[in-house]
Design a protein around this ligand. Structure first.
Ligand code: M6R
Length: 615
């Protein structure tokens, strides 16, 4: 939540910071602001609302040109989305500017202290206290990095802070505790950002910051210390994301582009992980085969869409490895005292690698002695860094708030983990693994075929734009797919949408069915566990008899559903466990088109941010 950018170099800081903020707007769009150091002073502009409001403000009232600057795009926590609460926040003399992501939990008492000492604070935010504290510390030590270290030692909570001071015109200082912050190192210039997308157009050299570290950026180098002032060890890495991958590339929305990229994302996630004979080579999973043979329980923790990927993974893990698998919302996990030990493998799934609930869950798991494997899309992010092992999904940057390609690649990664466990533990024969791997290798092409047939789905979505409610039903792996379809519709179309296990219908939800209520049903393959198929066909008849308008997603050749489907969406035949990879795609397209038809912002749905970095 909240996007932060900092720059020092020889180019126009305002241009670089603004371009970076534009790429980070998905992290929050309640307000945006910038500050630049120029002509011995500090100039700032900030505006409530979308980034475009700030652009307009800068056109009407341009800032002076400078080569050091910071910027912020906000997802409001403390204080509403107003100009006054927008970042940057300045001290009373207007010499320090600070931007912040996270929550400073002890801000109220810090504020009271400052007010007692005569400071005047003009916003309702937790952030403003930092600008005032930095000004006080700087007046004593005349060193912004040192002032930041001193202030950070007084702060409680999770925070990324980036600050500039007019008396140190070629310095940007950042600090990090639990919220994301990455350093970019260029030729005679350096960058700070919540996400590499903000600076990949300028440099591919990045440095990961650890917890409780302060970084000082100058044109000629970067210095990192702990909050205690001791030099810190840092890891440099090369960003392999392509700058063009973070552009819309001719699509109206990032979401449309990301849906279209799914065949490639799936293929990329398989790449290099299967050897010539079809066995898995997951060298990155730095947990030895002997340790994996000891695992007696798998626990998956994740949030939102990643949680749905985990729910699907459970079916594959238990079926292929015979190890019990629990799936838990990361936000609930550590508060219920879960039973974990050295033989528990915890799998933390996260696109961003920064979701606070998931991070806290994995920390809790490690404290209890469990091994943690992260499935993550973002190199250098906190969740993989704090895990024992990581399997990266290769979806490329996902910018739209609604997760699409990350979900499909999370599924692929989960299947790989399940098969790998089956391989090392010997619960699957080699030829069985090769057969699944062959099916997985074909899935990218099947997703492509689904995408080619989506026009009727779009048309159907447009025709339902006036509805208030859509229900989703599924069985077995189709149940989490139904949950995912409902989540997409809620977040994009702002409609009441619920996913149910079809078997639960008669235990309550069937009372919701009324005349012409759209109900999407994900039908399992008739070739798999056909008892499931037969049961869901009965469910379709039951709801249709009560007036529902049935929208049936069924595989090609499944004729049994035809008489009961008011709308039929065909998907290619796949093995039962892999069906979510194709069945989810029409639901993504459906939600995106409904949102468009209702005039909603597809890439930036209201109240949401891409990466949820506060609990
Ligand atoms: O970055 P993460 O995968 O950890 O994010 C988890 C959820 O916040 C995320 O999947 C969210 O539910 C998406 N907006 C859903 O489309």
């Amino acid at each position: 939540m909240c996007g932060i950018v900092g720059y020092v170099g020889s180019q126009s800081a305002l241009e670089i910071v603004m371009a970076g903020l534009k790429r980070l707007e998905y992290r929050g769009y309640d307000s945006a602001g910038v500050a630049v150091l120029a002509d011995g002073g500090l100039a700032a502009a900030k505006k409530a609302g979308k980034f475009v409001n700030l652009e307009k403000e800068l056109t009407e009232r341009p800032l002076p040109t400078g080569t050091t600057g910071i910027g912020h795009t906000r997802w409001a926590t403390h204080g509403g989305p107003t100009d006054a609460n927008a970042h940057p926040h300045l001290d009373n003399a207007g010499r320090v500017a600070v931007v912040h992501n996270g929550i400073i939990e002890n801000f109220a008492c810090l504020r009271a202290e400052l007010e007692e000492r005569g400071h005047e604070l003009g916003s309702e935010t937790d952030t403003e206290v930092v600008a005032h504290l930095l000004a006080e510390e700087f007046s004593a030590c005349a060193d912004l990095a040192e002032a930041m270290r001193l202030v950070c030692r007084r702060l409680e909570g999770a925070f990324t802070l980036v600050a500039v001071h007019a008396d140190e015109p070629d310095v940007v200082v950042g600090a990090r505790r639990n919220s994301p912050l990455v350093v970019g190192v260029g030729e005679g210039e350096a960058f700070l950002a919540s996400d590499v997308a903000a600076f990949i157009a300028h440099t591919r050299s990045a440095i990961e910051l650890g917890q409780d570290q302060v970084v000082e950026l100058r044109r000629d180098g970067v210095t990192v210390t702990g909050f205690d002032g001791r030099p810190a060890d840092v890891r440099s890495y090369r960003i392999d994301w392509d700058a063009a991958a973070a552009e819309k590339g001719g699509y109206d929305y990032f979401m449309l582009k990301e849906i279209a990229e799914q065949p490639k994302a799936v293929a990329d996630t398989l790449l290099g992980r299967i050897d010539a004979v079809g066995s898995l080579t997951l060298d990155e999973v730095r947990i030895s085969a002997s340790e994996l043979r000891e695992v007696d329980k798998v626990v998956i923790v994740a949030c939102g869409t990643a949680f749905h990927a985990g729910l699907i993974a459970k079916y594959a893990i238990e079926h292929w490895t015979r190890i019990p698998c629990e799936v838990e919302l990361a936000s609930e996990f550590r508060y219920r005292d879960p039973i974990l030990d050295q033989q528990t493998l915890v799998v933390a799934i996260s696109q961003s690698g920064e979701t606070m609930d998931t991070l806290m869950a994995l920390r809790h798991a490690r404290e209890q002695g469990a091994r943690v494997l992260a499935i993550c899309n973002t190199n250098g992010s906190t969740i993989p860094r704090e895990s024992d092992a990581v399997l990266y999904t290769h979806a490329g940057p996902e910018v739209a708030v609604a997760s699409t390609k990350a979900f499909l690649t999370q599924l692929v990664a989960c299947y790989l983990v399940a098969l790998y466990l089956g391989q090392v533990r010997g619960t699957k024969w080699g030829d069985e693994i090769h057969a699944v791997v062959r099916d997985l290798a074909k899935i990218g092409g099947e997703v492509e075929r689904v995408l080619e047939t989506m026009e009727p789905v779009r048309e159907l979505a447009r025709s339902l734009a006036h509805k208030n409610t859509v229900l989703f039903l599924g069985r077995h792996v189709g149940y989490p797919v139904a949950l995912e379809g409902a989540l997409k519709l809620k977040e994009l179309a702002y409609m009441h949408a619920e996913g149910f296990a079809a078997g639960e219908l008669k235990h309550g939800p069937i009372a919701l069915i009324e005349d012409d209520l759209p109900v999407v049903v994900v039908v399992p393959s008739p070739r798999g566990r056909s008892v499931l198929h037969d049961k869901i066909v009965s469910n379709i008849q039951e709801i249709r008899a009560r007036g529902a308008r049935t929208i049936v997603i069924a595989e090609e050749g499944d004729e049994a559903v035809v008489p009961y489907a008011d709308h039929l969406i065909r998907i290619p035949a796949t093995p039962t466990l892999l069906q979510p990879l194709v069945a989810t795609v029409p639901l993504q397209v459906f939600a995106c088109e409904l949102a468009t038809a209702r005039g909603n912002e597809v890439d930036q749905p209201r109240n949401l941010a891409k990466s949820v970095t506060v609990e």
